[in-house]
Write a protein of this length. Structure first.
Length: 260
């Protein structure tokens, strides 16, 4: 199931995205009764997808991100894969949805795209054993871990470099029925392919990362885990259009604008 969060006529709801974009009715969203983190029903009220505004699929209490989880990306950043996962936070205020602008911060002159598979947590969990990791996952979505690279290099902590407003586009929806083991992950800028990798190249799997993170902290329904980016990261400028595509999920597209 593809679960979207959307607004229409000032109301916000969750819905299941159905249909065929090439079919006579196109894609529609069937409004969900309740929330996707508990038992819910489909209402049968269906709205054409092009009549709603897609929002970030979740509003996480926290985004836990993992750095250098692809060997080639670690190499292009001038380092090796660390012995333990490098983790950092992006705040909830960094989240934007499909079609929302990425606003380049005034304090940076070198902002990069980073295409990633994002894991959406479906239930409160702590100290999750590896064999039960799948049980705590609601589904997966696309993410762009937008990074002020010059600031990341100059500051020991990455809070500003990776946590500024609009630095975490998520979307377009949550796909609940996909195997994350070997999915293509790509990024294009103005239609030009910049990143092309596969989740099978990740040094540590989704299950490994869930075990590692939940050793230290409780994850709540709607929290997001970013799994790292493949090689090919690079600069984005005002006027660019960035598209992150994850196989089996969809495409997340955002325009880039310059902040004041």
């Amino acid at each position: 199931m593809r679960i979207a969060r959307f607004s229409i006529d000032g109301n916000v709801a969750f819905g299941a995205v159905e249909g065929d974009p090439a079919g006579p009715d196109g894609l529609v969203v069937d409004v969900i009764k309740g929330i996707p983190f508990a038992e819910f029903e489909l209402s049968g009220t269906k709205i054409p997808l092009d009549k709603v505004r897609l929002l970030p699929p979740v509003l996480p209490s926290k985004i836990v991100a993992v750095g250098r989880n692809y060997a080639e990306h670690a190499a292009e950043m001038g380092g090796e894969v660390p012995e333990v996962p490098v983790t950092f936070f992006k705040p909830s205020t960094s989240v934007v949805g499909p079609g929302d602008p990425i606003v380049l911060p005034a304090f940076s002159r070198e902002v990069h795209h980073e295409a990633e598979l994002a894991v959406v947590i479906g239930r409160m969990c702590r100290e999750v054993p590896r064999e039960r990791a799948a049980e705590v996952i609601l589904g997966y979505t696309c993410a762009n871990d937008v990074t002020a690279r010059d600031v990341q290099r100059s500051e020991e902590q990455w809070a500003r470099a990776k946590g500024f407003d609009t630095s975490c586009p998520l979307g377009p929806w949550i796909e609940t029925d996909v195997d994350p083991a070997d999915l293509a992950v790509t990024a294009t800028v103005n239609g030009e392919l910049r990143q092309a990798g596969r989740t099978g190249q990740m040094v540590r799997s989704v299950a490994d990362l869930i075990v590692h993170v939940t050793e230290a902290m409780t994850l709540l329904p709607g929290d997001v885990l970013l799994t790292g980016t493949p090689a090919g990261v690079g600069p984005i400028e005002a006027g660019d259009e960035v598209a992150v595509t994850v196989e089996g999920i969809g495409t997340l597209t955002n325009k880039v604008v310059r902040g004041r």
